[in-house]
Design a protein around this ligand. Structure first.
Ligand SMILES: [Zn+2]
Length: 455
């Protein structure tokens, strides 16, 4: 305990594991405080205290110090929609219509190549890229998700990991019933994990039967875990639902009861006026994926209206294969802000500060983890990144949010901590053999190209 009236540093200040100081600490707390010459005290897996560096130094004695006087400390970035293992398909087919891309390239490439080892190496590649670009948490949907979970834990990263349930034979399960049974085993295995939140991921309303959608919801609820789904991504999906069901995709899911619980929905590009209130009322979190929506010409998600309605909207990259060619959240922040400006004709729409919130604290809310991650605040999990300010694109600095969203790049990320442990130090991922992953990606390229050339 500090002695009253004592102004000297207490050599016996309370012991914490790490004191991490920087030129700015961007907290993303309720007041959106940015602390100049700030520091964070970390104990175990949590943030114990945040404040001006002088104050933190006076109160605590650290086992490890990290002083970065020319960097920003910020909450780790949250990628709310990925298919991490698809990284091995990076650039396999671009600039195509969605249907051609799926039918001529992605479905055949998946059918011929995706197995457990593919998912393992693809996930490693995705994790490596995400960690080095400042992402600490990602929400995933793919096959063999227990392998994604294994690799994510080994990497020391945080994941909300959805096992896909789909209405046709998949690389891991041949029927939706088998997929649901396998998902239940997965939910049990990771019921109480410090880094992994397992989830049920029915693909979409147009690939999964209504019965399977309902069974997915029931399964998620039975284990108190989230359901992840693609929602209203394309005009085709929207028009087909109106035609066949006489209601929108969002209303379809709501009427089936699928949104009545912990839910994360990706895209939400095509909504009608009644859908906004429905998403708000059900507490559905939205993953907005600007790169993917632009590249596939899916449309522009009504993000401003979702935010006005009070829906939690995070940012996502979507899969690295046609819909995006990287898992880089700095780009998504920049594009999210600019896409709303250009389509609304209003340069004040979605300012940098709001785009940064979507990549951090609001992304956490969209994942249903707003009490756990997303900000640098006492009691939150210590998921923190540092971004160097010495590159030409980093100076001069007038406004930290402008810098973070419009000029800083993934390559400016220096160090990354997840759950109180450093996983990237000075741009080196500590828990993944980067050379082995890069070599393996090239090996897979040859195999995948060969499998497609026989078509
Ligand atoms: Zn997707």
């Amino acid at each position: 305990m500090a002695l009253a009236g004592c102004t000297r540093q207490q050599p016996g200040g309370m012991a914490v594991d790490v004191i991490w100081s920087a030129r700015y600490v961007v907290t993303e707390d309720a007041q959106r405080q940015v602390i100049e010459n700030g520091a964070v005290a970390i104990l175990g897996e949590r943030i114990f205290d945040v404040g001006p560096r002088a104050e933190i130094d006076r109160k605590y004695a650290a086992r490890t110090r990290m002083d970065q006087p020319n960097a920003i400390l910020a909450p780790g970035l949250i990628n709310t929609h990925t298919h991490a293992a698809m990284s091995l398909f990076r650039g396999v087919a671009d600039d195509l219509k969605l249907q051609d891309w799926l039918e001529k390239y992605i479905f055949p490439a998946e059918a011929k190549n995706v197995d457990r080892e593919f998912v393992r190496w693809g996930t490693r590649l995705g994790l490596l890229e995400m960690a080095l670009s400042g992402t600490t948490t990602f929400a995933d949907m793919y096959y063999f998700e227990e392998t994604v979970a294994e690799e994510t834990k080994k990497a020391g990263m945080r994941g909300v990991l959805g096992q896909t349930v789909i209405g046709f034979p998949a690389p891991d399960y041949k029927t939706p019933e088998a997929a649901l049974a396998g998902t239940e085993v997965f939910l049990k295995a990771y019921a109480d994990d410090p880094l992994i939140v397992p989830a049920v991921a029915p693909h979409a309303i147009y690939t999964t039967s209504d019965e399977t959608l309902k069974a997915s919801r029931a399964l998620a609820d039975r284990y108190g875990k989230p359901l992840i789904i693609h929602l209203a991504e394309t005009k085709t999906e929207f028009d087909e639902a109106l035609q066949k069901r006489k209601k929108t995709p969002a209303k379809t899911l709501s009427d089936l009861g699928v949104l009545s619980g912990w839910t994360l929905a990706a895209h939400a590009v095509w909504l009608d006026p009644a859908d906004f209130g429905l998403l708000k009322a059900t507490g559905t979190g939205i993953a907005h994926c600007p790169s993917s929506n632009m590249k596939l010409a899916s449309g522009v998600a009504p993000v401003l209206k979702l935010l006005q309605t009070g829906v939690a909207v995070g940012l996502g990259t979507d899969g690295v294969a046609g819909s995006n060619n990287d898992v880089e959240m700095f780009e998504e922040m920049d594009l999210a802000a600019k896409l709303q400006k250009v389509t609304s004709g209003d340069p004040t729409a979605l300012p940098a500060e709001q785009a940064f919130a979507m990549a951090t604290v609001m992304g956490a809310r969209a994942l249903g983890m707003g009490n756990v991650i997303g900000s640098v605040e006492t009691g939150k999990k210590a998921d923190i990144i540092s971004i160097r300010l010495d590159a030409p694109n980093a100076v001069p600095l007038y406004n930290v949010y402008s810098q973070l969203v419009y000029s800083l790049k993934a390559s400016d990320v220096s160090d990354v901590m997840v759950n109180g442990k450093i996983i990237v130090r000075n741009r080196k991922m500590l828990n993944i053999d980067d050379q082995a992953v890069v070599a393996k990606a090239e090996e897979y390229r040859a195999r995948i190209a060969k499998s497609l050339s026989g078509n």
